[in-house]
Design a binder for this molecule. Structure first.
Ligand SMILES: Nc1nc2c(ncn2[C@@H]2O[C@H](COP(=O)(O)OP(=O)(O)OP(=O)(O)O)[C@@H](O)[C@H]2O)c(=O)[nH]1
Ligand SMILES: [Mg+2]
Length: 420
């Protein structure tokens, strides 16, 4: 199954396109359109309440494997820019830019827009995305031109994504909840996405950040009862052992989440966040589908406390939320300033400081490398006695380092950071 976020400014043709690609299903501040006609199933997630609601955009993105960004021939808007920044901050490498409503424009205008898009996405994760002009107007002389090209490209990208999803099937299970309700005679049913691992009926699993165990009674994917669901699947899960009021969007079914309301987020302020981040700022924080307003308690640059971090600056932002947030070491924390025109200011991880864990690890552990950690031989092991504790420099690439995850099966990631 492949999940695709359909994003863009208001009136950018998102819903017309999504409804052409799938059949309408769940509808809240995001609308899901399902395409069950192929062997591989597709779910298109329309971020329909954006730009009014940032949550609608971050929810669609956090549920997706790839993105379709809709832009009209009228050109780029501030919100198009904001969508590009969000997709870039969240690290989406797979995506397509759809120039919608191409029937209302001309070849030269569209070529000009393509050139502009190439220019503004240069240096972002979107820089190699295909740009496809299309229309969904059944009355146009060239009705639906471009839609099949878009579909073909989506299928190609889905093929590329599939191995990444399968590589996560053996990880501990983790399901993010996006909707939930009480069904008479069945009890609580949650809708969500399996972020990693595989869930099975009759499993007992934790609910975070509530921190209690629940029983998986039943699992459905695409309205069909199944015994198990693996990474990437959209699921409906019947749960025993909880009440509807205990749930919130973004809660996780998992066996090992961390929970906190205070975070040291290591990040680079977006080059497009012109006012940067200031101490005592009130920001909105998005972690997966959880969100809360947070206060900036401290900003650290190169080990010194500062009042402000400007655009492009690397820093550690210490924030405090009003509630507990459940997270895993690889989750990205997205920070936004709701009063700015371009609202996203930074994204980073909160669990980069592993010094505390150092003492607990006494045995070398086998290393399984992420695809990006290509320069180290598979099967190498990592010793906790390495010079910088849990972060160790790779002799083959002295300016990079690898990163140890405490959760089995202990992945290593070769990071792109130049300094630490
Ligand atoms: N001519 C033409 N009109 C289109 C096309 N796609 C969408 N429209 C029209 O443009 C308007 C906006 O399209 P939507 O699909 O509703 O765009 P949206 O981004 O979902 O808009 P909101 O959710 O209202 O922000 C509608 O009136 C559509 O009928 C197209 O390819 N060609
Ligand atoms: Mg819409």
């Amino acid at each position: 199954m492949t999940n695709i976020a359909v994003i863009g400014d208001e009136k950018s043709g998102r819903s017309s396109l999504a409804s052409k690609l799938g059949k309408k299903g769940t509808d809240s501040d995001i609308t899901l359109y399902n395409d069950d006609r192929h062997e591989r199933k597709y779910v298109f997630i329309d971020s329909k309440s954006y730009p009014k609601s940032l949550k609608s955009l971050t929810a669609a993105l956090n549920l997706a494997d790839m993105v379709v960004l809709c832009v009209t021939p009228q050109g780029l808007t501030a919100h198009t820019g904001e969508c590009i920044i969000a997709a870039d901050l969240l690290g989406f490498r797979h995506g397509i830019i759809a120039i919608t409503m191409a029937d209302t424009s001309y070849g030269a205008v569209i070529d000009d827009l393509k050139a502009k898009l190439k220019k503004i996405t240069a240096g972002t994760t979107l820089e190699n995305w295909d740009i496809i002009a299309l229309n969904t107007n059944k009355d146009a002389p060239n009705a639906f031109e471009g839609v099949d090209t878009l579909k073909d490209r989506i299928h190609e990208l889905a093929d590329q994504i599939e191995p990444d999803l399968r590589a996560k099937d053996e990880l501990p299970p983790r399901v993010v909840i996006d909707h939930f309700f009480n069904v008479t005679g069945i009890g609580i049913v949650i809708l969500g996405r399996v972020l990693q691992g595989t869930i099975h009926t009759h499993d007992k699993i934790g609910l975070y950040p509530v921190d209690k165990k629940v029983d998986i009674r039943s699992i459905q994917t695409h309205d069909i009862d199944v015994k198990a669901a693996s990474t990437g699947a959209r699921v409906g899960v019947g749960l025993k052992g909880l009440l509807e009021r205990e749930l919130e969007r973004g809660f996780l079914l998992s066996d090992s989440e961390k929970m906190s309301s205070e975070f040291d987020i290591r990040c680079r302020v977006s080059a497009f966040a012109k006012n940067g981040i200031k101490k005592d700022d009130s920001l909105n924080m998005f972690v997966g589908l959880q969100s809360d307003s947070v206060r900036v308690n401290k900003i650290t640059v190169n080990g010194s406390e500062v009042e402000k971090a400007g655009p492009g600056q690397e820093c550690i932002v210490t924030v405090e939320a009003g509630k507990k947030i459940a997270y895993s070491p690889d989750d990205l924390f997205l920070l936004a300033h709701l009063s700015e025109t371009q609202r996203f200011v930074a994204a980073g991880k909160a669990d980069w400081n592993r010094q505390a864990l150092r003492k607990k690890i006494t045995q070398p552990v086998p290393a399984r490398f992420s695809p990006r950690a290509g320069c180290l031989p598979a099967g190498s092991s990592f010793s906790p006695a390495a010079p910088s504790g849990l972060f160790s420099f790779d002799p083959a690439a002295p300016r990079s380092f690898f990163y140890f995850s405490p959760a089995a099966p202990r992945f290593f990631f070769l990071s792109a950071y130049n300094k630490f």
